[in-house]
Design a protein around this ligand. Structure first.
Ligand code: C2O
Ligand code: CU
Ligand code: CU
Length: 484
């Protein structure tokens, strides 16, 4: 990483202004002149930091820089000079201390997405503002029964979340298994999308982009364009996949390989599920076992139709449907060749996930998300929850600590919206039986609804729920919950 010029820093600081800036000899290059995606570069793993004797202490510096992105240097934002930031690994019962240093020219803060930790004080408190040039010491204590799995971190300063994530601020978190699964390789695949402008910086989003939820021109894995990696036939690998895109849904396929899903978001299924395809809304994660079969397979993301605002006028295909007939976008190439490996041992049985279906319900609520034309005009839509835009000083929902609630998540708009609740994971309550499904981001189809149950266990305090199309969150589709 090279230090960047003040001018570039200014451009990055005002992402909104970058698109209108001109000139900049030596910096100018256009999308059409950029090199083709680098094929054949090996997959790079983000740096890994592990806890020791129950403690992981790290310093994360959020800073602009000339960072490696899609095989070249781009003026972007990163934690500790890389995109993604370091992977943080620790166990249930551990303490995580993060000093967040803000070297950006705008405020930021930190959120540990999916972790069941206190939202108070210097815990997972999204109401904290870390001003430019200052730092903040976060401390998170994981309960001893914290579910294992894949989580992630990203900024959460309201109004700037989408810009900062799109520019490169995100990283993975792994809560280790109490009992490991034998694999020949474990890979973290953080999928993100972004767009690079003519000055070699991150392209600013237009008002339309924000309303629709911006999707980048580049779809990257660990900041790389189509990295490749390999295995021997018969080897079993574990892939931990984060959807860190601001708004893009990933419909992932790896044809030719045997895939088993160990879990999604928080925790683990009792038994791995055989899958051909995994749909990850923004913010969702997949914990996947891949048993390698000889040949070359391409990890692709197929288009998912999440609806559009134009759907308001009744145009376009029905949202929620898979759009077929495209090749999909290449994410990575997996080559399997060589002497077959000995078959891997069986997968140890996982701890049964909790099940709230029989639990007494203390309160039932409706959380209604809508998007509609505002009173103020100007062509901006209002993105609301229960009719209101986010206000950090207002508490929208109060729940009692120790109680179980049932929420009906309703979407009255013509686009899908992924609903995310901080701190407390949600159990999706379907019509059918089946094993309990836990998520911290639940997609709600256009004009659809989903019932979830939440156990407000362990922690009190104020936190948030919001649409994980981060542009919508920034536009106000967020509410405040206080657990008392
Ligand atoms: Cu991943 Cu409130 O966010
Ligand atoms: Cu979150
Ligand atoms: Cu939304």
């Amino acid at each position: 990483m090279r230090p960047i010029s003040r001018r570039q820093a200014l451009l990055l600081g005002g992402l909104g202004a970058a698109a209108t800036a001109a000139g900049g000899a030596g910096l100018v290059w256009s999308l059409s002149s950029r090199p083709a995606p680098l094929i054949g570069s090996g997959l790079v793993q983000p740096e890994e930091l592990h806890s020791e004797s129950g403690l992981l202490q790290v310093r994360l510096e959020a800073a602009p820089g000339q960072l490696q992105l899609a095989g070249r240097e781009v003026s972007a934002l990163g934690y500790n000079g890389s995109i993604p930031g370091p992977t943080l690994r620790f166990r249930a019962g551990d303490t995580l201390k993060i000093t967040l240093a803000n070297s950006l020219s705008q405020p930021t803060n930190l959120h540990v997405h999916g972790l069941h930790v206190s939202p108070d004080n210097n815990g997972d408190n999204v109401f904290v503002t870390v001003t430019p040039g200052s730092s903040f010491d976060y401390e998170y204590r994981l309960p001893g029964n914290h579910p294992p799995g894949l989580y992630w971190y990203h900024p959460h300063h309201h109004g700037m979340v989408a810009d900062q994530v799109f520019a490169g601020l995100f990283g993975a978190i792994i809560v280790e298994d109490p009992q490991g699964i034998e694999t020949s390789a474990e890979r973290v695949l953080v999928v993100s999308d972004t767009s690079v402008d003519q000055l070699g910086g991150i392209r600013a989003a237009s008002a339309m982009d924000r309303m629709a939820g911006r999707e980048g021109d580049l779809l990257l894995v660990n900041g790389q364009s189509n990295p490749e990696f390999s295995a021997l036939p018969g080897q079993r690998e574990r892939w931990r996949i984060v959807n860190a895109c601001v708004a893009r849904y990933l419909r992932l396929r790896l044809d030719g390989q045997y895939l088993q899903l160990l879990g999604q978001d928080s925790g683990r299924f009792e038994k791995p599920q055989d899958v051909d395809e995994v749909l990850l809304a923004p913010g969702n994660r997949a914990d996947l076992l891949v048993t390698a079969a000889a040949g070359e397979s391409v990890l692709r993301s197929f288009r998912y139709n999440r609806g559009t605002m134009a759907g308001m006028m009744g145009a376009g295909p029905a949202p929620g449907s898979a759009v077929e007939g495209t090749e999909g976008t290449v994410l990575a190439t997996f080559r399997v060749a060589g002497e077959p490996a000995a078959p891997p041992p069986g997968i140890p049985r996982q701890q049964s996930p909790a099940d709230l279906r029989q639990a007494p319900v203390a309160a039932r609520r409706q959380i209604i998300r809508s998007a509609g034309m505002g009173m103020g005009g100007g062509g901006m839509m209002r993105f609301t929850i229960n009719g209101r835009e986010f206000d950090a000083s207002r508490t929208d929902t109060t729940a009692a600590a120790g109680s179980v609630e049932e929420w009906t998540l309703i979407n009255t708009s013509p686009m899908d919206h992924p609903f995310h609740l901080h701190v407390w994971p949600m159990q999706v309550i379907g019509d059918s039986g089946g094993s309990p499904e836990w998520r911290d981001v639940v997609n709600i189809h256009a004009n659809g609804q989903v019932k979830v149950r939440v156990a407000f266990a362990d922690f009190r305090g104020r936190s948030a729920y919001h649409c994980h199309i981060l542009d919508h969150e920034d536009l106000g589709m967020m509410g405040v919950i206080e657990v008392l």
